[in-house]
Design a protein around this ligand. Structure first.
Ligand code: ZN
Length: 343
């Protein structure tokens, strides 16, 4: 029996339809998303630093020099960028058509010098470096008052939208808050005004209470498959206390996030093999220098930072694109059970 489930965070419904799995070819074979690989010319390799543009930030071995080998993580501009900070903020209208210059930032985080590493192989230290690199870039980008929203994400595998196999994430910062994000913040705000509590906070508490979808827990974070998962094996990593942006994380909390992600990726790779996915870091928009005090009112109290991992093992099609409603053939309770199992 299929079921519509309501997501309180997006106010969207998803369809959990397990009998869709009757069609056995619906899951993408892991082999299908391998790239034709050319390691020697990969711009993210040691020795190829000149191919990837100047270094914006890096975590490096002591004594190693900028734009040379010896980095652990490295941030460079996206050479095929969608947006640029060199543009002037300007809008125009011709009849019905409105446009604005593509002001923004588009950066690449090279997560490791190891071309073939997958996230299940990352050490705790590698996760910590990855998270610290994201925090350093967010701390810097939020000073540019033209940029109103910072999205950090990873596309992994061809079906995850990646164009290169070397492990990397991206940051796109936009001169406005994208509509989906604004909607989610409004939903969280109205919940807060009505109940005096954070929606994400209540969601996390409910998951702990029900305990049907929890995979892992430590002092700071809960890892679970959301009740209204839009994708099979979708997972959320959410803080148990009020943390609105990654830039607030303490060293202790960075370590807890690394432990949670290391555990989760080991289990995901165990269950799904070399699977394509997207990873998104949701943060509230930077609140400095904003002219909308009403919109930002107490956002740092109700808004919560979280990580969402959406495996892309099941193709989305016309229905999802036209309605925004997803069909998920794996109940999140089943996904959680498999991910939690000790084997
Ligand atoms: Zn490489």
């Amino acid at each position: 029996m299929s079921q519509f489930r309501f997501c309180r965070l997006t106010e969207q419904r998803v369809i959990i339809a397990e009998n869709r799995l009757r069609k056995p070819d619906m899951f993408l074979s892991a082999l299908d998303h391998y790239f034709d690989d050319d390691v020697a010319n990969c711009p993210f390799e040691y020795g190829n630093e000149h191919l990837s543009g100047h270094e914006i930030f890096a975590i490096r071995d002591n004594g190693s020099e900028k734009d040379t080998v010896g980095w652990k993580t490295r941030v460079v501009p996206n050479l095929y960028h969608a947006l640029s900070t060199d543009e002037e903020k300007k809008s125009r209208r011709i009849g019905f058509c409105e446009s604005e210059n593509g002001v923004g930032a588009h950066e690449v985080i090279i997560e490791t010098p190891n071309h073939t590493a997958s996230m299940d192989q990352y050490t705790i230290e590698e996760f910590e470096n990855y998270i610290k690199t994201i925090i350093a870039r967010m701390d810097d980008l939020k000073n540019d008052i033209r940029l109103e929203y910072i999205q950090v994400f990873k596309n992994c595998g061809k079906y995850g939208g990646a164009s290169m196999p070397h492990p990397h994430s991206q940051i796109i910062a936009t001169p406005f808050i994208p509509k989906n994000i604004k909607e989610q913040l409004k939903i969280q705000k109205s919940y807060f005004l009505k109940h005096g509590r954070s929606l994400m906070g209540d969601m996390v508490e409910e998951e702990i209470r029900v305990n049907e979808r929890v995979i892992y827990e430590n002092g700071t974070f809960l890892v679970f498959t959301p009740y209204a998962s839009a994708f099979p094996f979708e997972v959320m990593v959410a803080p148990k206390h009020s943390i609105a942006m990654m830039t607030e994380l303490t060293q202790y909390q960075i370590n807890d996030l690394s432990l949670a992600m290391a555990f989760l990726f080991k289990r995901l790779y165990r269950e799904l093999g070399n699977f394509p996915f997207n990873l998104h870091f949701f943060n509230i928009p930077p609140m400095n220098n904003r002219n909308e005090p009403e919109f930002f009112y107490k956002m740092d109290e109700y808004g919560r930072f979280f990580v969402r991992i959406t495996p892309r093992i099941y193709q989305i099609g016309g229905f999802e694109l036209s309605t925004g409603m997803h069909i998920n053939p794996i109940a999140p309770e089943l996904a959680a059970k498999r991910l939690k199992e000790e084997r």
